[in-house]
Design a protein around this ligand. Sequence first.
Ligand SMILES: Cc1ncc(C[n+]2csc(CCOP(=O)(O)OP(=O)(O)O)c2C)c(N)n1
Ligand SMILES: [Mg+2]
Length: 437
Amino acid sequence: MAGRTQDPQRDKTAPGGSAPTDSATASTRRKAPARSAGARAKGPAATAAKSKTAASAPKGKTAASAAKSKTAASAAKGKAAASRTKGADAETQLAYYREMELIREFEQRAAEMYTRAKIGGYCHLNLGEEPSVVGLMAALRPTDYLFTNYRDHGYALARGLGTDRVMAELFGRSDGVARGLGGSMHMFDAEKRMLGGYGIVGGQLPPATGAALALTYRGKPGPDAEAVMCQMGDGTTNIGAFHESLNLAAIWNLPIVYVVINNGLGMATTVEHASGEPLLYKRGASYRIEGRRVDGGDPEVVRQAAEEMLTVAREQRRPGLLEVMSYRLRGHSVVDPARYRSKEETAHLKELDPLPEYRARLIADGVLDAKQADQIQADAVSEVAAAIAFADASPEPGAEKLFDYTYATDVPNAPRLMPGDPVLAAGWDRADDKQEA
Ligand SMILES: Cc1ncc(C[n+]2csc(CCOP(=O)(O)OP(=O)(O)O)c2C)c(N)n1
Ligand SMILES: [Mg+2]
């Protein structure tokens, strides 16, 4: 398998253009492994990132929600920071940093809990993708809908599903967001409009596209209209459902932003090896969907680009395709030692870690000092430790719950039935149990 360093296409800067037949534009010159830490590209989106909001992020409040409230004092403070950084205001940057450190700590402890057999099944981590996750979730309003793939822990945290409940879901306990029946790949919360967590590659695209179609029946386009964000990986752009969904979104003018987290790999296969067009943002061009590529190492750049595409989706009912260049710092899942990576590439990944870079940037810009940054990390450690204790204390769902949430309508838990047996009324199993008792 070709290593990413040997893949010339990944390093290419895409040509811009806005003609309807090829409306894809690149807004980053971010390079793959050859790039050194600290040299992260600052595309137009980075410099244009406006600080519309200023808010503090008290513990437990998500960066996304924190960035939406406003206080006069913090707005003034934010204004000063904005002029220094030309990005988000200081309070918002702090909120992003907190959120990223929380996801980092959560994922590292999740990996540990997996090796301790507290977590079973599959477990895919967002390590290295934290700025992408936080930037995207900051762009999404509480009234919007989110669909993701199985690499969903960070999204669930940043969407505000709660550190305790997300960890309990990983542990398969009844206080989890899906009552412990979904596990790592199936984070779900209808109230938060987080509509999953999908384990089948591309499985989230048709329902997300359907949700966007439903929105066109429910309301009119405009600045307050709801929209859908559908996240996926780079490998997913080769699945049939990707092309069918984008085509329908284009011809039906659906309010949806498809987000490709391009971490360079689908399991062990590089983008260049698997994709006829490795500049993935261009893949929307076949459907006249605007495509954009941004640096996933900077939450402000990601938020700005996602907000702009969501605005088009809300106001013009035009879908968008956002490619977010990112890195997966570890294997595909917690059980993958990633031996397909060369030693050099593995070593180089440390340099590409976006968190130390963001921390250093905030310190250099005077947004926080090293002591405060350490405190933020310590807070993340305590919050995740408390979540582990919460998950451990939560009861396991009983076997009698196994079929309760599988179908939309109540069906009997009748394990002794054979195909062709008459269908039994809901509640049969319980009545039967009572008779036997
Ligand atoms: C339909 C289908 N085919 C294959 C798999 C096995 N599989 C799980 S993840 C994955 C790679 C997907 O890569 P990508 O879309 O880049 O997402 P990433 O894991 O990098 O986030 C594959 C092939 C699957 N889950 N579903
Ligand atoms: Mg991938």
